[in-house]
Every structure is written in C-alpha cells, then in structure tokens.
Design a protein. Structure first.
Length: 269
C-alpha cells in the first residue's frame, strides 16, 4: 500500500496558476449561455457555474464564470496558439497521434484559468470542467494543457473530465505530461514528469527501468494521483508501493534533465 502521510523532508515548489488553452476552428458556441448549458449536461452532479459578466478587451472577449469556491475566466483570442509551442506539444502527446494534423485547423483559441484561492486540485478540476464545457459548446480543434506541455483531442478530454473527479481517480493524465525515452522498445526506459510543480509538488523521475511502458505510465499516473490527494508524503530513503509486494525506493535528488531542480526519483527495477 502507499506510504504513511508523514511530512516530506524536501522543499517543494510554490503552487502556481491552473491554466489551459482550447484551440478553436472558429469562435462558434462560446457564449456564456451555451457553456453553462454544456457544463450542466456534462457534470450534473457538480455545482453549476454562473455568468458573472462578459466584456471586450483589445479585440478579445473575456467571460467570467462563478463556481463553487471562486471564479473562472475564459479569454477568447482571435488568433491561434503560437505554432512552435503547439508543434513541441504535439511531438510528445502519445495519447493523440493525429494531434499535429488536427491542430492545423485552429484559427483562434480560448485561455481558461481559475481566479481563486481554492486549493490547486480544486482549481484544476474547475478549469478542466470549463474547458470540457467550452469544447462541447464550441468548435474545438484540441486542448493544450500548458504546464504538462501536451495536447489532447477534444473527445478524449471531455470523456476524461466526465469520468474522473475528486471522488475517484483525478484526471492526472490531462494535467501531467510524461517524457519517456529509451534505447529500444524493451528498454531500459527513463521517464520524467511535467506538470506537478503548479500543484506544489516536485516532478517525478525514473531512470533506466525495465518495466514495460504501459505499466510505467500506470505507475506514474497512480503515484501522481496519490501525491495530489495526500500531499508531499514521499520521504527520502523511504519505500512505497501500491501493494505489500511492491517496494520502490524514494530518493530526493536533482533532476537529470533540468539543471538544479529538485525531483523525486523513484527507483523502479
């Protein structure tokens, strides 16, 4: 089972804003009324959002929504997400092989963020749901989750937002990007995460494991879910696992890929 909830002995980064971008083929469907309706259809068991006002700023449209605990902002911009940023994200988005060609259809985008002091996970869930509602109401080409550095197809994003939530496993696959490299399909494989820092956690790294790539992804996403629920509880030198038979050593060290950055390294055979 996972380790005890004891304080960690390594400094964690300060939590940052939760933000996503919805790439759009057009501005169709982005009225507050349509988005509120889509939210209620997608998330009937979640408190509804309210229309807190719309205004135009420098050619863009800002829509504010109230939700349980704070407010959300959607900024519609009549220009695509910069292509170099999208190209890099497409290259590492293993869940959406057609990302590069599909996102060439984008003509505009919406920036969606939480303007609130609620905990980062609550803010991320609210942003995720608003992105899904705007995608359902509008004319989406794709979703870019900037902190994770990856993109998602609108259909996958909406499905994951509906299927995962705070009562079950969090939609960490939408929030946390995985970079996996290896000398061949059988490994050894090396992994680093992108996207835990805005939640106030150090990123995870695994070096030279023989675990299969599917099992490795599952392990890391389940570990991310555990950290986001329990807090920074993986202590240096301790072991943890998802069962009594799995014992993985935890090391607090510096990143092999990001100079000077502290990370949690899991030693996975």
């Amino acid at each position: 089972m996972f380790g005890k909830k004891t304080p960690t002995n390594v400094s964690a980064p300060k939590a940052g804003p939760q933000l996503a971008m919805l790439a759009l083929k057009s501005g169709k469907g982005l009225s507050a009324k349509a988005i509120i309706k889509a939210w209620s259809e997608l998330f009937p068991g979640v408190p509804p959002i309210s229309d807190d006002g719309t205004e135009k700023k420098d050619g863009s449209v800002v829509v504010e929504f109230g939700f349980d605990g704070g407010s959300l902002m959607l900024l519609a911009v009549n220009a695509p997400i910069p292509q170099p940023e999208i190209d890099e994200a497409c290259g590492v988005s293993w869940m959406w092989r057609q990302a590069s060609s599909e996102l060439k259809q984008q003509r505009a985008h919406a920036i969606i963020t939480a303007v609130t002091s609620v905990p980062p996970v609550d803010a991320a869930l609210a942003v995720t749901r608003l992105v899904a509602a705007a995608a359902k109401a509008g004319d989406p080409a794709g979703v870019y989750w900037g902190a994770g550095g990856h993109v998602h197809s609108p259909a996958l994003f909406i499905d994951a937002a509906k299927s995962f939530g705070d009562a079950e496993m969090l939609p960490v696959m939408l929030w946390v990007g995985l970079r996996i490299s290896g000398s061949g399909p059988k490994g050894p494989l090396t992994l680093t995460t992108h996207g835990l820092a805005p939640f106030g956690h150090n990123e995870i790294e695994i070096i030279d494991t023989r675990m299969g790539i599917g099992d490795l992804r599952t392990l890391v996403f389940e570990t991310c879910d555990y950290l986001l629920r329990a807090g920074p509880v993986l202590r240096h030198g301790h072991t943890f696992g998802r069962s009594e038979d799995e014992q993985l050593r935890v090391e607090h060290t510096t990143s092999r890929f990001r100079t000077g950055e502290p990370v949690i390294r899991l030693h996975v055979p």
